[in-house]
Design a protein around this ligand. Structure first.
Ligand code: NDP
Length: 434
C-alpha cells in the first residue's frame, strides 16, 4: 500500500489474488522464489499521456490517456481500452493485473494490459468522438503493435470507437496488421466477437449450474448494465430458456417481471447502441418499470449476472440476493462484487464465478480474431462460437481442478486465481529475471 498510495481498486484486486494463492504457494515453494510475486504485482510498463483535441465549439479539451502493459510473460500485452470519467491509474492497474490471469486462463498466448482515458463519450457528437479517438491514438500508436500490445474495447469503447482507433493506427503505421481487436467485419473483425463476453459468461454459468444438476431453463435472472456484455448475456440466457427480469445503467434499473423477449432486446439495442440513450428511454418504449438510482440486486432471482462495472454489488446486496434464494452469480463485468460480497457468496455456498473466469470469453474471441487476421482468413459464426464454448468449458474445468478444497467444495475464486497464476508464473520462471 505504501508503494501504491491512493490505488484502492488495485489493492483490492491484488489482495484477493494473493490471499487465494498463498496456501498453494506454501505447498509449492518454488513460486515464492526469484522475487516472483514482487515482479508479478509490478506492471512491466505504465504509460500516461496528454490527449488534447478540439471540440465542436472550437474549444481545446485536455484528457489523460493511459496504457498499462502489465505482463508479456506469455504473449503480447492484450486488454481493452476504457473511456469513462472515472478512469484513473488505480482502476486501470487493477484491470491490467486481472487481465493477466484471465488471458492465461484462455490458454491462448496473450499477456495482460489495459488502457483508457477519463474522456466521457456521453453527450459528445460522433465527430467529437472520432477526433478524440484519433488524438488518443496519435500518442498510443508508438507503444502498441501486433506483436507488442493489442488493445480492444471496454466500457465506452465499442465497435465505432475501435474502428476510429484502428483507422488512425493504420494511417500512422502504414500497416494493416492486427493492432486492435473488436474491429468491424469489413476490416478484419471476427464474427461472434461482439457477443463473446456475454455469451461466454452464460456458457460458464451453464457449466456451474450443471455441476448441481441445474440449468437456465425456467430460471429468473437479473442482469446489471445495458451495454455490450449485458445485451448478449440477456440474449444467451433467454436462448437457454431463462426469464431475464432486469437491466440497468448508472441512472437506475428496469424491472420487467414478464421477462425479456427478442423484440424487447432489439429495442434495448436500438436505444443503447444507435441512439446512445438511457435505460429509462428503453423502459418507456416497452412499458416496463424504471427505478431511478437503484441497482438490480433487491429483485428476487435464481441467477445474477453483474455486467456493468467494478464494485457495483456490495456485501448488503449479496446478503439480499442470498436471502432471496440466489443459486448462481457469474460476473460479466470485472470485479463487480466487493470483497465483502464475495465472502457472503462463498460462505453461503452460492455458485460464484469471478470475472476473470466467467468473462474471459471476450478476450478469448479477441485472440481468435488475432489468429484469423494472422492467417488472413475468417471463420464462420458457428466455428467461432464452438471454439468460444469449448474455451469456457475448459476454463470451468481448470477452476474445478485448482479450486477444490480439502473438504471437496469448489471455490471458483481460488480455482481461477491458481490456474491463471501457475501458467504465468511458470512462464516467468522459465524466462529468468527480466
Ligand atoms: P459498455 O460501455 O458497453 O456498457 C457498460 C454498462 O455499464 C452501461 O450500461 C453503463 O451505464 C454501465 N456502467 C458503467 N460504469 C458505470 C458506473 N460507474 N456505475 C453504474 N453503471 C455503470 O461496456 P461493456 O459492456 O463492454 O463492459 C461492461 C463490463 O464488462 C466492464 O466491467 C468491462 O470491463 C467488462 N468486460 C467487458 C468485455 C468486453 O468484451 N466488452 C470483456 C470482459 C469484461 P451508463 O451508460 O449509464 O454508464
Amino acid at each position: 500500500a505504501a508503494r501504491n498510495p491512493g490505488q484502492p481498486e488495485f489493492h483490492q484486486a491484488v489482495t484477493e489474488v494473493i490471499e487465494s494463492l498463498w496456501p498453494y504457494i506454501q505447498q509449492h515453494p518454488k513460486y515464492a522464489e526469484h522475487g516472483l510475486l514482487d515482479r508479478l504485482v509490478e506492471p512491466e510498463r505504465v504509460i500516461m499521456f496528454r490527449v488534447s483535441w478540439v471540440d465542436d465549439h472550437g474549444e481545446v479539451q485536455v484528457n489523460r490517456g493511459y496504457r498499462i502493459q502489465h505482463s508479456s510473460a506469455i504473449g503480447p500485452y492484450k486488454g481493452g481500452i476504457r473511456f469513462h470519467p472515472s478512469v484513473n491509474l488505480s482502476i486501470l492497474k487493477f484491470l491490467a493485473f486481472e487481465q493477466t490471469f484471465k488471458n492465461a486462463l484462455t490458454t491462448l498466448p496473450m499477456g495482460g494490459g489495459k488502457g483508457g482515458s477519463d474522456f466521457d463519450p456521453k453527450g459528445r457528437s460522433p465527430g467529437e468522438v472520432m477526433r478524440f479517438c484519433q488524438a488518443f491514438v496519435s500518442e498510443l500508436f508508438r507503444h502498441i503493435g501486433s506483436d507488442t500490445d493489442v488493445p480492444a474495447g471496454d466500457i465506452g469503447v465499442g465497435g465505432r470507437e475501435v474502428g476510429f482507433m484502428a483507422g488512425m493506427m493504420k494511417k500512422l503505421s502504414n500497416r494493416a496488421d492486427c493492432v486492435f481487436t473488436g474491429k468491424g467485419l469489413s476490416f478484419g473483425g471476427s464474427l461472434i466477437r461482439p457477443e463473446a463476453t456475454g455469451y461466454g459468461t452464460v456458457y460458464f454459468a451453464e457449466q456451474m449450474l450443471a455441476q448441481q444438476g441445474c440449468s437456465f431453463a425456467g430460471r429468473r435472472v437479473s442482469v446489471s448494465g445495458a451495454g455490450n456484455v449485458a445485451q448478449y448475456a440477456v440474449e444467451k440466457a433467454m436462448a437457454l430458456g431463462a426469464k431475464v427480469i432486469t437491466v440497468s445503467d448508472s441512472s437506475g434499473t428496469v424491472v420487467d417481471n414478464d421477462g425479456f423477449t427478442a423484440e424487447k432486446l432489439a429495442e434495448l439495442m436500438e436505444v443503447k447502441n444507435h441512439r446512445y440513450g438511457r435505460v429509462s428511454d428503453y423502459a418507456e418504449r416497452v412499458k416496463a418499470d424504471f427505478l431511478p438510482g437503484v441497482r438490480p440486486w433487491h429483485v428476487p432471482v435464481d441467477i445474477a449476472l453483474p455486467c456493468a462495472t467494478q464494485n457495483e454489488l456490495d456485501g448488503d446486496d449479496a446478503r439480499t440476493l442470498v436471502n432471496n434464494g440466489v443459486i448462481c452469480v457469474a460476473e460479466g463485468a470485472n470485479m463487480p462484487s466487493t470483497a465483502a460480497a464475495v465472502r457472503v457468496f462463498e460462505e453461503a455456498g452460492v455458485l460464484y464465478a469471478p470475472g476473470k473466469a466467467s468473462n474471459a470469453g471476450g478476450v478469448a474471441t479477441s485472440g481468435l480474431e488475432m489468429s484469423q487476421n494472422a492467417m488472413r482468413l475468417s471463420w464462420q459464426r458457428e466455428e467461432v462460437d464452438t471454439r468460444l464454448h469449448e474455451i469456457m468449458c475448459n476454463i470451468h474445468e481448470a477452476c474445478l481442478k485448482y479450486g477444490r478444497g480439502p473438504d471437496g467444495k469448489v471455490s471458483y475464486v481460488n480455482g481461477a486465481n491458481i490456474a491463471g497464476f501457475v501458467k504465468v508464473a511458470d512462464a516467468m520462471l522459465a524466462q529468468g529475471v527480466v
